[in-house]
Design a protein around this ligand. Structure first.
Ligand code: HEC
Ligand code: HEC
Length: 215
């Protein structure tokens, strides 16, 4: 009798334990987030956040806090990375959705602490292409700035530090309704309107101008 009683005590304790543990995990205030917890982001984004063209992951080092917050929100809300043609965005979305809201300040702090990386070498564009690109870039200046260094007032990110292949894909996605077409994506909608009339040749020239402004 005594024996079976203590058995029940142990069993009950074992059954309670996971409940207590999960209560702690569900209570964000009970969790301490450490910037180093986000090193896994760099598995795709390059060990210095310099981007990795092989897996189409963009440069993160040098990105501004407000822009990281906007994009993590877009992926988490499904404004970005949920369109059926956005296969590359779908590579990113699960990492954003897996974050607890209370983790966001720490992950943003981690990314903004990465030292800016020297821009990728891109195919050298001719002066003539860059000049044509400069003219085509004029309508973009109002939001992204003349040196493509971004403008928080318009929530328009810096572009010059980013890799050209990524910029190309984003401009095509905005133009083709793959990004910026979600009804709740107000920031994306402003950008989609700006990309709507661009053909691939114009986009390539614009990027050669943007890259000529790289820091
Ligand atoms: C499995 C690979 C992978 C992992 C892991 C990953 N990312 Fe990404 N991330 C990507 C890809 C690919 C894109 C580009 C999506 C596109 O082209 O639309 C991206 C895009 C982004 C962007 C948007 C950049 C911009 O200029 O708009 C941010 C911000 C970002 N990732 C942050 C993170 C953070 C923070 C983590 C860790 C919590 C993380 N990523 C983990 C692959 C990954
Ligand atoms: C009305 C303001 C506005 C104009 C004009 C505009 N943009 Fe944007 N652009 C934005 C905003 C806002 C975003 C961020 C969208 C988001 O949060 O997803 C953006 C995002 C982008 C991105 C994606 C950056 C990234 O890191 O993912 C690229 C590339 C871009 N713009 C290029 C251009 C080019 C090139 C032009 C001119 C043809 C242009 N934009 C004109 C507001 C604008």
């Amino acid at each position: 009798m005594r024996h079976s009683l203590s058995c029940w005590a142990v069993l009950t304790a074992l059954m309670l334990l996971p409940t207590q543990l999960s209560a702690q995990i569900n209570d964000p205030s009970a969790m301490e987030f450490n910037a180093r917890d986000y090193e896994y982001c760099l598995v795709c984004h390059g060990s210095f956040g310099q981007g990795n063209i092989a897996v189409k992951a963009p440069v993160l080092a040098g990105m501004e806090a407000w822009s990281i917050r906007n994009q993590l929100q877009a992926f988490r809300e499904g404004w970005r990375g949920s369109h059926s043609l956005d296969l590359v965005g779908m590579e990113m979305a699960p990492s954003a959705r897996a974050l607890q809201p209370s983790e966001l300040p720490t992950v943003i702090e981690y990314i903004t602490a990465l030292p800016p990386q020297t821009a990728h070498a891109t195919d050298a564009a001719s002066e003539a292409e860059i000049d044509l690109g400069k003219t085509l870039y004029e309508p973009c200046i109002a939001c992204h700035g003349a040196a493509a260094d971004g403008d928080q007032e318009y929530q328009a990110p810096a572009l010059a530090y980013q890799d050209g292949a990524y910029l190309l894909r984003q401009l095509q996605h905005f133009r083709d309704g793959v990004r910026g077409s979600h009804p709740k994506d107000k920031r994306g909608a402003r950008m989609a309107a700006a990309a709507s009339g661009l053909d691939d040749a114009a986009i390539a020239r614009i990027i050669s101008y943007i890259k000529s402004q790289a820091p």
